[in-house]
Design a protein around this ligand. Structure first.
Ligand code: CDP
Length: 340
């Protein structure tokens, strides 16, 4: 670890990394970086590198953890063993459990949890490289990943820390400021400026505390713009596909279909083939129930090869059998209804 600097802010009012006291580190985000996640975001903020992945809403097991009236949000903040100078011991620690808890709570006011009772939304925030402010970096990335997953939310959550060095409040602490500063106050805010997370390490006066909140609000406002821009870029790209200038009458449904077709992998195709077989099996069963005498006349070869798609009955035959059933059953059903 580097030694404590003599001064954090120089005579020009600039910090060790050249920033002004109210300036955040450069931030960039990329969305949809993980194909198996429902939503994902990779964020670089200063020297921090964080990957967030969202899965769900999906069924929650074990069922005893299910909430009857809302979705359960699970949030896991984790620092990779190689993310800091001294290797971090893999697995949960007191620090990571605490950060996971407060980060989850930072999202609870915005996620429309009542829409998915009994389900779970899993949020994973993996810190790949840490350089102060990782919990806030993870929240910023997780917020965009949740939106990328299409989770209904009242708005995005943005997070930033304010600290105190050389007797002055500074926005978005860098590593020496975090390690040797007099205070560190990470906060998360909704897009309406409501605080959904606030923690404090160190000492500030009441007046400084109020100022810190105002400073953080401004930082979060800037971060919110970057988050929105990241999401906008994704949808602008989609718009480019759907509405091209030279094809005014573009058939959007055909485009969507072709996208879905091309994204189907072999497993999906096998699954749909199996489903077709199953459906055929059901139809055959119904048919044999409605016309048991046909069983005796059935060709044993074709019965044996029932699981082979090539030997499936032509569609017209199946339609006929449905028509037969309909014609026989409907009048009886109508009588039943009238009698009832
Ligand atoms: O990262 P954040 O500011 O949210 O949390 P922190 O506990 O205040 O940690 C500040 C910084 O210390 C982290 O960003 C890491 O760079 C570093 N750190 C570390 O080197 N080893 C740890 N076990 C925990 C944190």
């Amino acid at each position: 670890m580097s030694d404590k600097p003599e001064k954090f802010i120089d005579e020009n009012g600039l910090r060790l990394d050249g920033r002004r006291i109210d300036e955040i580190r450069p931030m960039k985000m990329e969305i949809g970086v993980l194909s198996r996640a429902d939503g994902s975001c990779y964020l670089e903020w200063g020297k921090n590198k964080v990957l967030a992945a969202v899965y769900g809403p999906r069924e929650l097991h074990p069922r005893r953890l299910q909430k009857a009236d809302s979705v359960l949000i699970r949030y896991r903040y984790n620092m990779a063993a190689f993310s800091v100078e001294d290797r971090i011991r893999p697995g949960p620690s007191r620090r990571s459990i605490e950060i996971s808890k407060v980060s989850r709570e930072a999202f609870e006011p915005v996620v429309l949890t009542h829409l998915y009772p009994g389900a779970v939304i899993d949020v994973f925030a993996e810190v790949l490289q840490a350089d102060a402010g990782t919990r806030t970096a993870a929240i910023n990335a997780a917020s965009v990943a949740l939106a990328d997953a299409g989770i209904p939310m009242k708005g995005l959550v943005s997070a930033c820390a304010v600290g105190k060095v050389d007797g002055q409040l500074v926005l978005d602490l860098n590593k020496p400021e975090d390690n040797y500063g007099d205070a560190d106050i990470p906060m998360a805010m909704t897009s309406d400026g409501e605080i959904s997370l606030i923690q404090m390490d160190g000492d500030v006066t009441q007046e400084e505390f109020k100022q810190a909140i105002e400073m953080c609000k401004e930082g979060c406002r800037q971060i919110l713009e970057i988050q929105k821009e990241t999401l906008r870029n994704k949808f602008t790209k989609l718009d480019d596909v759907e509405i091209s200038d030279d094809e005014e009458d573009v058939d959007v449904s055909a485009l969507v279909e072709s996208t879905l077709d091309s994204s189907e992998d072999e497993d999906d195709m096998e699954a749909s083939a199996e489903q077709e077989e199953d459906e055929t099996g059901i139809v055959e069963d119904e048919e044999s129930e409605s016309a048991p005498e046909d069983d005796e006349e059935e060709d044993p070869d074709s019965a044996e090869s029932g699981s082979d798609l090539e030997d499936v009955e032509p569609v017209e035959d199946l339609e006929e059998s449905f028509t037969d059933v309909d014609e026989e059953d409907v009048p009886e059903d109508e009588d039943d209804v009238e009698n009832a």
